[in-house]
Design a protein around this ligand. Structure first.
Ligand SMILES: Cc1ncc(COP(=O)(O)O)c(C=O)c1O
Length: 600
């Protein structure tokens, strides 16, 4: 039985306080369930701080420790005093339970035995749960704990237990939200499978792995909210790079000496890790590239040269990054092919019906972002891939914005190509990968010529290596491939399930808090989103906002995000885009919101 600690009660009470409608009860510090929840949250937080050991938590993923809104980094959960042992707090816990019961109406008994069936929402599509955030988070808890019961609509106790068992610090809002925008929004996470070896998530510990985060910028502690542009690197990646150059540096494949063997092992070992991470059938299907952009250009040039005919159609969405538009324009012009574009609705979601209509007998290839980088929309790539394949088209998925946040299995997905960049998944810049289905890669011609990709060369004729070498001309980026391997190991160690759940909470919290800033308009309110927000502020240019935030030590992207068509769909040329990662905290979001509120 997990211990009910002050820290845990602080989390529950804070979430209760946040989860209640501001208009439903007295939201001040006085009476009413909200008042109780807030007072108890404050008190439990003080008790937590008093009981916290003065040592830093270990730099490993361990028992839950959370950063609660406005509370800074909370102490680890291993606080010795159970709240039940403190008469006053014990009574307060009872009151919180009552408040919880009053706020959350569904009967606890049903939730304790039956799997969660989220209530239907009038007008919603049949498969959409009433509160997808709650629904998916509960699902995640069940998957991670193996528990049959959900706490979300059940008793406070089971709620607390599930949170604690899953090691997920802090829980998302539960129940209806009075904010009209937020109730429309209903951000959801795709179901995250139980990951082998996944353990509880400790944000303070993971932050300890990222040296760059522990600095001041313009006199303020750095807040890195530019993760969609690039992610920071954990010590494990940095050390892999230094170790490679200090011990193992050599060219690969051709040397007959020890260092060549070590470097080759590091490079080919990284290829195997990419294969595992993407769920590909063979390491031959993994081609190292400089990143997503180069991988798409490789496919456009090589596949395009072999397979495109005049009049053929390439289908893209309105949500694509320029890297998944321009290479197709170039090859389409060369081959007389035509681009077709799938429109999106006002939330920034794909119009699936329109997509279906665009697929025709001339559709050769469909190229889609898994997650969009300007609005955060997660595309329903499973359905979209299946539909394209059923019409005989090939499918490329741009995983630049998804690979660090969502599980990917290319075989289950059935796509023909999947591309991503190492630097967006805590790895080095200058390295990325293309997954390609064997039959296609074998049928495609090389796109660059040189060393490493040949079998035999004469002036009369050259024969090429098999895959993957055929597509890797010249000396590759060996050290950074090893660094990418270390980054993938790191993500696995933290656990993609933990990452997805925690980032989802950050997104939900940021979405709600940002709407409290006067004159702020959020752009992109898709139901499935990765953890990024995009907004404009009335009477302020995005550059002004970006510079203002920088003076507060907060790094965000302000601009067109290399996705101009997606922003023009909303009548905009640029937005401010804070994007989150698992090393960010709720307190950092508070700093962002405070800074935005103070902008003049
Ligand atoms: C969705 C998407 N595709 C492609 C890219 C291009 O990635 P890279 O510049 O690493 O090649 C990005 C980068 O932001 C992106 O977000």
């Amino acid at each position: 039985m997990p211990e009910i600690t002050p820290d845990l009660v602080a989390q529950v009470a804070t979430k209760l306080y946040q989860g209640a409608s501001p208009g439903s009860a007295s939201a001040g510090t006085g009476g009413g369930s909200l008042g109780i929840a807030r007072a108890l949250a404050d008190r439990a937080r003080q008790e937590t701080a008093a009981a916290a050991p003065a040592v830093a938590p270990p730099a490993s993923v361990s028992a839950a420790a959370a950063t609660l809104p406005g509370a800074g980094v909370a102490a680890p959960c291993a606080i010795p005093t159970a709240i039940g042992g403190m008469p006053e707090s014990g009574a307060a816990l009872e009151r919180i339970a009552q408040a919880f019961a009053a706020l959350k109406t569904p009967p606890a008994t049903a939730a304790a035995t039956a799997p969660v069936t989220p209530p239907a929402v009038p007008g919603a599509v049949a498969s959409a749960p009433a509160d997808p955030l709650t629904y998916h988070s509960e699902k995640l808890v069940r998957q991670q704990t193996g528990a049959g019961a959900s706490g979300g609509h059940g008793s406070l106790k089971s709620f607390v237990q599930n949170v604690q068992l899953a090691g997920i610090s802090g829980t998302p809002k539960n129940g209806a939200c009075a904010d009209p925008f937020a109730s429309q929004l209903r951000i959801s996470l795709p179901a995250t499978p139980k990951l082998a070896g996944s353990s509880a998530f400790n944000v303070a510990a993971v932050r300890g792995d990222f040296p760059i985060l522990h600095q001041k910028v313009n006199g303020q502690p750095l807040v890195w909210f530019d993760n969609a542009a690039t992610t920071q690197k954990p010590r494990q990646v940095i050390e892999t790079l230094s170790r490679f150059y200090e011990r193992d540096n050599s060219n690969i494949h051709r040397g007959a000496h020890t260092l060549a063997a070590r470097a080759t092992d590091a490079f080919e070992g990284a290829r195997d890790k990419v294969r595992d991470y993407l769920g590909a059938g063979s390491s031959d299907e993994i081609i190292f590239t400089r990143g997503t952009t180069e991988a798409i250009n490789l496919v456009a040039q090589s596949y395009g040269r072999e397979f495109l005919r005049p009049g053929d159609e390439i289908v893209l969405s309105e949500l694509e990054h320029h890297a998944n538009i321009v290479p197709w324009q170039i090859i389409a012009r060369e081959k007389g092919a035509v681009l077709r574009v799938i429109p999106v609705n006002d939330r920034g979601e794909i119009l699936l019906e329109e997509y279906g209509k665009l697929l025709g007998p001339r559709t050769r290839l469909v190229a889609l972002a898994h997650a969009n980088n300007s609005l955060g929309t997660i595309l329903p790539i499973r359905e979209m891939t299946a539909l394209a394949k059923s019409r005989g088209a090939h499918v490329l998925i741009d995983g630049a914005q998804s690979v660090a946040h969502l599980p990917v299995n290319v075989q289950e997905l059935g796509c023909d190509f999947f591309v991503f960049s190492g630097h967006k998944i805590f790895g080095p810049t200058g390295i990325g990968a293309l997954y390609g289905r064997r039959e296609l890669l074998e049928a495609m011609p090389p796109w660059q010529g040189g060393g490493n990709m040949i079998r035999d060369v004469t002036f009369a004729e050259t024969t090429y290596s098999g895959i993957p070498a055929k597509f890797e001309a010249g000396t590759p980026n060996i050290a950074d491939a090893a660094g990418l391997g270390a980054a993938l190991d790191y993500v696995r160690h933290v656990g993609l399930g933990n990452i997805a759940a925690y980032e989802h909470q950050l997104l939900y919290y940021a979405t709600e808090e940002l709407q409290r800033v006067n004159g702020l308009r959020l752009i992109g309110t898709a139901r499935d989103k990765v953890a990024l927000t995009s907004f404009v502020l009335k009477d302020k240019s995005v550059t002004e906002v970006g510079r203002f935030l920088d003076r507060h030590g907060i790094a965000v992207r302000a601009g067109h995000h290399c996705a101009q068509p997606s922003l023009r769909r909303f009548g905009l040329e640029a937005t401010v885009r804070p994007s989150f990662s698992f090393y960010n905290t709720f307190a950092e979001i508070d700093r962002l919101v405070q800074a935005l509120k103070s902008i003049r």
